[in-house]
Design a protein around this ligand. Structure first.
Ligand code: WT7
Length: 651
């Protein structure tokens, strides 16, 4: 477990009551907890009524085939209708849905009325390609309006989207397309990144060179870059969509109809296709967006800085906010283009009231200095959120002070790709917040910190985070691999029927939950989940590598940094620095730039137990410049000396 960046956790005692006046106007009061615990299923049924159902359910939860859940059994609804059409029908057609800001400074304003037309046109276009409900559609795109429209058009037709983050390599895209057997890929010609137009389609073409299931590639024009074209397969978005009718009848689908697959790293090299379905998922994202962000849809301007390639973008840019008829900002680019104050400039420009981002960016802002936020009018902000990794108390307090003007509640939200929606978080009008802690399970959610035997630990103690009751937004499985689903999440506490989250956690003396990082071989780099095995497999796939071991070492900005120990194969053909550069680039090619090791150390041996298991703990000690922990279980006691001596020679 890497609790290293959080060394001030155990001594943190600051508390911040909800700001004056906030509680009085808040969407939720403390009564929500009591109401939910009095009758959990009735509570969730009440939340499901936030949505428009074509047919109401006849059973809230069917858990008879656990851990395969069914929520709102028998209910039917259309997710896109819920996110767009019904708001227009309610007279909100003129309300801005998206204030879109391109990286070069171009902008688009999209009202709910326009969004409905666009989604209908895109749905008609995708239907024209012959796609039918249940088919999979891969999407790899920058943060464009069309990306959101494409997801909603899929939802409207009952197509299952699989969005692949734009930073993933062609090889990663290819394996995801093949795993899901996607029939169509939607992409763009290029994207703006750090002030430059960079290619996208040329990369996806590498992926689709070996994806037999792909029949069409739909291409949005963004940068105007020249692209290669495969006739009959490739089609421009504007040719396919622009002349389609702006009306489309939304069919209602079963509450358990698959909505999307989203791949995330597990403990093995093969990413897991996390499957989410319709009614329960939309219920929980809509409810939590309302409860945690205290959304007032007619006055708030909400901004979540995530990318749609991650679950945060799915749940808190696309489905939650749109189901709630929110007005939101969507920004295409990087936070320091063209200058380090870009986010603050955007907050001031649109009068953003709710800002939701990741600790890694907050720490980057800290590094860039307080002048940036100070130079802009941030007085519109009234609430701040954090997600993706444990936030260290200093970053939390900096966020509250320098961005929140000491008046905004900060909500630290714990959840996962698998949970679909926020699970543990303060309620901004209720909870006295504590810097560094996600604190309390939301109303309707049951979480505990337990020991190895599944017994809840006492206050003041640590253990593993589990979810003790099913929840509406829970994953319904791993695409094509029910055994892995059971094994990964439900086998550790099979007796109790608990979901094992993979996170270490502790209770403080008030019984509030503090998350301590992953307890498995999953790293968290800038809030991105990357498995050690995934990077190891990428490294050993290079002909010059005999063996590799990867650890996540604590990093002041990115949370964890990837450190690789590599045993070279054969005689080195190049000098060490060139070799290391080659290997870093190779990992970027195999997985994506986000997985590039921060550091590669060339070693002659790796520390192993007698059963041959690599002792990552010791490698982490080296990577974090610590004294070595207990080495008695090493098969060869001299190995660590060999490694440390070899490394000091490299310096
Ligand atoms: C893992 C899930 C949730 C969307 C983004 C990440 C870590 C997430 C927090 C938080 C401490 C957190 C956990 C979790 N994590 N939020 N507020 N405090 N840790 O989704 O890629 O599925 O990663 O992120 O370790 O298991 P993900």
């Amino acid at each position: 477990m890497s609790g290293k960046t959080l060394d001030n956790l155990s001594t943190e005692t600051r508390e911040f009551a909800p700001p004056e006046g906030f509680s009085a106007q808040a969407n939720l009061s403390a009564a929500a907890y009591a109401e939910a615990s009095a009758d959990r299923l009735a509570f969730w049924a009440e939340q499901a009524r936030r949505l428009a159902w074509d047919t109401e359910w006849d059973q809230v939860l069917d858990w008879s085939d656990a851990p395969f859940a069914k929520w709102f059994v028998g209910g039917r609804l259309n997710v896109a209708y819920n996110c767009v059409d019904r708001h227009v029908e309610a007279g909100l057609g003129e309300r801005v849905a998206l204030h879109w800001e391109g990286e070069p400074g171009d902008t688009r304003t999209v009202t709910y009325g326009q969004l409905r037309d666009m989604v209908c046109q895109a749905a008609n276009g995708l239907a024209f390609l012959g796609l039918r409900a249940g088919d999979r559609v891969a999407i790899q795109m920058p943060m464009l309006v069309e990306a959101i429209v494409a997801m909603l058009a899929c939802a409207r037709l009952g197509l299952v989207h699989s969005v692949v983050f734009g930073g993933f390599s062609p090889a990663a895209l290819q394996s995801r397309i093949n795993d899901a057997q996607a029939r169509v890929l939607i992409t763009s010609d290029g994207q703006y990144r750090r002030g430059e137009a960079v290619p996208m389609k040329n990369l996806t073409d590498e992926a689709t060179a070996q994806t037999p299931s792909i029949e069409h590639v739909v291409v949005v024009r963004r940068t105007g870059a020249e692209v290669d074209w495969v006739p009959d397969r490739d089609v421009w978005w504007h040719d396919l969509v622009d002349d389609q009718p702006t009306t489309h009848e939304a069919e209602a689908f079963d509450s358990e109809h698959p909505l999307f697959i989203l791949y995330t790293s597990g403990t093995t090299g093969k990413p897991k296709g996390i499957l989410h379905t319709s009614g329960g998922y939309l219920t929980q994202v809509a409810y939590t967006h309302h409860a945690v962000f205290d959304l007032k849809p007619d006055t708030d301007v909400y901004w979540c800085t995530a990318d749609i390639g991650w679950v945060t973008g799915h749940s808190y840019i696309v489905y939650g906010p749109l189901a709630n008829a929110a007005t939101q900002v969507v920004y295409e680019g990087t936070p320091n283009t063209p200058h380090q104050g870009r986010h603050f400039e955007i907050i001031a420009k649109y009068g953003v009231t709710i800002y939701y981002t990741a600790p890694t960016l907050i720490r980057t802002f800290m590094k860039w200095g307080t002048d940036n936020p100070a130079a802009h009018d941030l007085s519109s902000l009234r609430l701040l959120g954090s997600v993706g990794e444990p936030i260290n108390p200093e970053a939390w307090v900096w966020y509250r002070t320098h961005i929140g003007g000491e008046r905004c509640p900060v909500v630290d939200t714990w959840w996962q790709t698998e949970t679909g929606a926020i699970m543990i978080s303060p309620l901004p009008g209720v909870t006295k917040t504590k810097p560094g802690s996600a604190q309390v399970p939301l109303p309707g959610i049951s979480a505990q910190v337990v020991d190895d035997t599944g017994t809840e630990v006492p206050h003041g103690s640590g253990g593993y985070l589990v979810l003790t009751e099913p929840w509406p937004g829970m994953l319904r499985g791993i695409w094509g691999d029910p055994d892995r689903f059971k094994e990964t999440y439900w086998s550790r506490y099979a007796e109790q029927g608990y979901y094992f989250a993979g996170d270490g956690a502790k209770y403080d003396n008030d019984g509030h939950i503090w998350l301590l990082g992953r307890v498995d071989d999953v790293m968290n780099v800038s809030g991105h989940r990357i498995s050690t095995t995934e990077v190891e497999s990428a490294l050993v796939s290079h002909p010059t590598v005999a063996e590799a071991a990867v650890v996540g070492a604590s990093d002041p900005t990115t949370g964890q940094g990837i450190v690789a120990f590599v045993i070279p194969r054969g005689k080195a053909a190049t000098d060490r620095d060139t070799h290391i550069t080659t290997l870093r680039n190779h990992v970027a090619q195999e997985i994506g730039a986000i997985a590039k090791p921060r550091q590669i150390l060339i070693v002659e041996e790796l520390p192993k137990t007698r059963s041959g298991k690599i002792m990552r703990r010791l490698l982490r000690d080296i990577a974090e410049n610590r004294e070595l922990g207990d080495t008695t279980t090493l098969a060869d006691q001299t190995v660590m000396n060999l490694i440390t001596e070899g490394l000091s020679n490299q310096k």
